[in-house]
Design a protein around this ligand. Structure first.
Ligand code: AN7
Length: 352
């Protein structure tokens, strides 16, 4: 029996397309809890709702699952440097693993649209941080071009090792719940994760580890919803900066996951995203980042529209930790009550 502390490669290595001689590295990623909803799931009439807390990975997002596999393969191939374009979480993950395993790490981010915590992570772990005057799609384009000319390993999800590592989250859900859920809801940005989950669930089903295949429900922010519109978006906008992406690299993977699973990719407004984020925090005790809350928002939309029936077993993937992006919630917080330093003033302030 392997444990969380040993990481994704130790636990799932025999089910990953990773060369046998690649180093078995880890930062303790994976093994995240699937926590049952106490309030929101019952209020939606669901048979069960679980939240997969991917914000509890070492760098605070699901990206670590794929990054460890991509970095293991980069080391195996003798690479000395890794690079990615990122809306924030990939850069934080690349920086941490690159630092730990002695690789030069370069991250390219859209200027002014990265959550503060993610940018601090990339820098504190020692990555070279470069910002571009444009969005993620531009950053990815120039990074890909650079990788064609220079011996630097691309660790965006175009790197197949990333998707391989990320599919392990589906394995864990099947393990923990005893079968696949009826519905899996998750945010969709560059579309690597929905591609990875669908692969993981199909492999479990093929291998007899699950009896069901879940319907895949993807949430895109309404200002950044290329997969909903069916065409790239030039200037995507959303408060959920992690999924501020107009031309997803894994477009076909997302469409296949949606269509083969008889699921849906729908847009949700920034207001619905922030409202879902706030209710997760207040009612369930879970602080995820805005993009992550798009999973709940899209599930709620599907229930409201009758696309998900009462009695369904659902899982929402909460992809990243809310602490990364305090700026997104600050405006809506109730003010701190200021008092002078005595018990009488305290009692008065709290209505006693
Ligand atoms: C919290 O870090 O694209 O659909 O560069 O950080 O697999 O892209 C992040 C994406 C969802 C979307 N939730 O996943 C990046 C980046 C969070 C994220 C997504 C991201 P994909």
């Amino acid at each position: 029996m392997t444990t969380r502390a040993q990481g994704v490669i130790a636990r799932w290595g025999d089910r990953l397309a990773l060369p046998a001689m690649a180093p078995r590295i880890s930062l303790g990623e994976g093994g995240t809890p699937c926590v049952e909803s106490l309030t929101i799931g019952p209020s939606l009439g669901l048979a069960s709702l679980h939240f997969k807390l991917e914000g509890l990975n070492p760098t605070g997002s699901f990206k670590d699952r794929g990054m460890v596999v991509a970095v293991a393969n980069a080391l195996h191939e003798g690479s000395r440097a890794i690079i990615c374009a990122s809306t924030g979480n990939t850069s934080a993950s690349a920086a941490a693993y690159g630092g730990r395993f002695g690789l030069r790490t370069v991250v390219v981010v859209p200027r002014g649209h990265i959550a503060s915590g993610k940018l601090v992570q990339a820098r504190v772990h020692g990555a070279t941080v470069v910002s571009v005057n444009g969005g993620f799609d531009l950053a990815l384009r120039i990074v890909r071009e650079l990788c064609e000319r220079h011996p630097v390993t691309l660790v965006n999800s175009l790197n197949p090792n990333r998707i391989e590592g990320q599919k392990t989250a589906a394995f864990e859900i099947v393990d923990e719940l005893g079968d696949a859920p009826d519905v899996l809801a998750l945010p969709v940005g560059n579309a690597g994760n929905i591609t990875a989950y669908w692969r993981g669930f199909r492999e479990d089903h093929r291998d007899g580890r699950s009896t069901r295949l879940p319907r895949m429900f993807g949430g895109q922010a309404s200002g950044a919803a290329p997969l909903v519109l069916g065409r790239p978006v030039d200037d995507p906008q959303t408060v959920a900066t992690a999924i501020r992406i107009g031309n997803p690299a894994s477009w076909q993977g997302a469409v296949d996951a949606r269509d083969q699973s008889e699921g849906m990719i729908a847009s949700v407004g920034d207001d619905a995203i922030l409202d879902a984020q706030r209710r997760l925090a207040r009612l369930e005790g879970i602080f995820c980042e805005p993009a992550s809350a798009a999973s709940l928002a899209v599930l709620e939309r599907a229930v409201a529209e009758g696309a998900v029936a009462p009695g369904t077993h659902a899982v929402c993937v909460l992809t990243g930790n809310g602490l990364k992006d305090p700026g997104a919630v600050e405006a809506a917080l109730t003010p701190i009550v200021e008092i002078s330093s005595n018990a009488g003033a305290l009692a008065h302030a709290i209505g006693l």
